[in-house]
Design a protein around this ligand. Structure first.
Ligand code: AHR
Length: 520
């Protein structure tokens, strides 16, 4: 312990200037209060918010999930290690084939004998597409993974008929030229693909076939009609705005597109990628504040579009691309197939956890969300020809996808705050809660870079019962990364206990913790 020597007033002043800690009171431990009421339900958590996405881009498909001839692949060419790790992520919905790639993709190139499929210039990512992975390979992967498929059609340079015939090829039981072709290619029964996107990011000038909101709305409407007439059971996803550029009109695009499509679509697709460009931990950790606000704005636009419509007519949000992505932007030293190979650190994993909190907290309106992407390309898994490692962002996604189910609860949270540059005052603790038949899951991110926060939970209408399961995602420092031979960031089991209707837990700095306990 430090003690003060006896000093004259003048020398004491000098000592104070050099060592101000002498008079500074030790900060009181940071505390938060959180109340839980199982009747304060936000909505049903749709398992499809734990979706993922694979695109013909870099080493996501070829060299990622699909690696023909690799000793690590099964007899169908699928990487076994990637598939096993993907299964543990409990991927519920898998979006394919893009992304930007879909805007110049002719699905008929990807069917039939693999060695006879055409090689095409791929202009979204500046490469050549060999089409060895197409509709049948994707559906085979879907079956192995146990996920639901989500196709994104080409409304860039593609036609209404191409989109309609893809639905017919996949879903129809009629005897037609399309279904005969499917049978000839080895699939007798229709697959019955439910989720179909009407193009990708059509508001972006980077998109092949980019259109104005009005032109896209009119074009997508005709595609939507034909697709639903082919199979009325399908669900359609309209391309909402993903352009956050200075001249973009995010709300205007969403409003116009919904005016055209509100009687035909079931979801509005939105995307968001964030990054720590200014190396400001506090600002970066607050990125989900923007996500939260955009979800609210989009929900308002949807409500306005549907006002006057029967209550049964619903449109939900499909946040079908999201992640941290700012380092590997496909420029500079990235070469050939090794593009968008973002390496993630602990702070990225925490931001991912706050995004998942935000989706759970809007479970009444966000019914689909797809992390982009599954492997190698801005992804939770990283594979080489020799093996695989789990990136930091894998762990929060795994914990959420396997545990946060049922109904989401609105928590009362009184947390200390900090002043962020971009988002004003932001609570250090970011939270969500899921309640499923007596099982309560609490997700808590401590955004503080160097202080623990002690939280007192109080159940309002029930009591805690039995053991508390606690998992913490953390690491030695916020920039810690994983690699093939080192796992610095992962989920570690901790201990916790509850008594009666009270549970106290000390959330360490820069951590995401999941607490799971029964309520009776
Ligand atoms: O996921 C990478 C790219 O990001 C997708 O192709 C595109 O939709 C988005 O801009």
């Amino acid at each position: 312990m430090k003690t003060l020597p006896s000093l004259s007033r003048r020398s004491f002043g000098k000592v104070l200037a050099a060592a101000p800690w002498i008079l500074r009171a030790q900060p009181a431990p940071a505390r938060a209060r959180i109340k839980i009421d199982t009747e304060r339900v936000i909505g049903d958590i749709d398992p499809k918010i734990y979706g993922n996405f694979i695109e013909h881009l870099g080493r996501c498909i070829e060299g990622g999930i699909f690696d023909e001839g690799s000793p690590l692949s099964d007899s169908d060419g699928f990487r076994r290690d990637v598939l096993d790790a993907a299964k543990k992520l409990n991927v519920t919905l898998l979006r394919w084939p893009g992304g930007n790639f879909s805007s110049n993709y002719n699905w008929t190139d990807g069917i039939g004998p693999r060695d006879q499929r055409p090689r095409r210039l791929e202009m979204a990512w500046g490469t050549v597409e060999d089409n060895r992975f197409g509709t049948h390979e994707f559906m085979q992967y879907i079956e192995k993974l146990g996920a639901e498929p989500y196709f994104c059609t080409n409304l860039g340079v593609g036609s209404w008929q191409q989109a309609q015939q893809w639905v017919e090829y996949c879903n129809s039981s009629e005897d037609t030229a399309m279904t005969r072709l499917r049978k000839q290619n080895g699939r007798a029964q229709p697959w019955k693909v439910t989720y179909w996107g009407l193009g990708n990011e059509m508001d972006g000038p980077w998109q092949m076939g980019h259109r104005s909101a009005d032109d896209y709305g009119k074009f997508a409407l005709e595609a939507a009609k034909l697709m639903k007439w082919t199979d009325p059971g399908i669900k359609l996803i309209a391309a909402g705005s993903s352009n956050f550029g200075p001249n973009a009109d995010w709300t205007g695009w969403n409003r116009t597109v919904l005016e055209h499509l509100k009687h035909h679509v079931d979801y509005l697709s939105l995307h968001m990628y964030v990054g720590n460009r200014g190396n400001d931990f506090g600002d970066f950790m607050a990125s989900s504040v923007e996500l939260d606000s955009r979800i609210k704005t989009a929900a308002g636009i949807i409500d306005a579009a549907l006002s006057g419509e029967p209550a049964s007519r619903r449109i939900y949000i499909a946040w079908d691309e999201w992640n941290v992505w700012y380092r590997a932007r496909g420029e500079g030293k990235e070469q050939g197939r090794r593009i968008l190979e973002e390496r993630y650190n602990l702070e990225d994993a925490l931001v991912v956890a706050t995004f998942l909190n935000t989706f759970v907290n809007h479970s009444h309106v966000v019914k689909i969300a797809n992390m982009a992407q599954l492997v190698n390309v801005i992804a939770p898994m990283f594979a080489s020809e020799k093996g695989l490692f789990l990136q930091t962002i894998y762990y929060p996604l795994q914990l959420f996808a396997n545990n946060s189910k049922g109904k989401s609860l609105e928590l009362f949270v009184d947390s200390p705050k900090y002043a962020s540059k971009r988002f004003g005052d932001v609570p250090y603790l970011d939270t969500s809660a899921a309640y499923d038949n007596g099982a309560l899951v609490l997700n808590v991110v401590n955004r503080h870079p160097d202080r623990a926060i002690e939280a007192d939970f109080e159940a309002q209408d029930k009591k805690f019962s039995g053991a508390v399961e606690a998992w913490e995602v953390n690491g030695p420092d916020i920039k810690a990364e994983n690699d093939f031979d080192s796992t610095k960031v992962r989920a570690v089991q901790r201990s916790a206990a509850a008594q009666g209707n009270r549970l106290a837990y000390n959330f360490p700095p820069h951590s995401y913790t999941m607490l799971k306990v029964r309520l009776v």
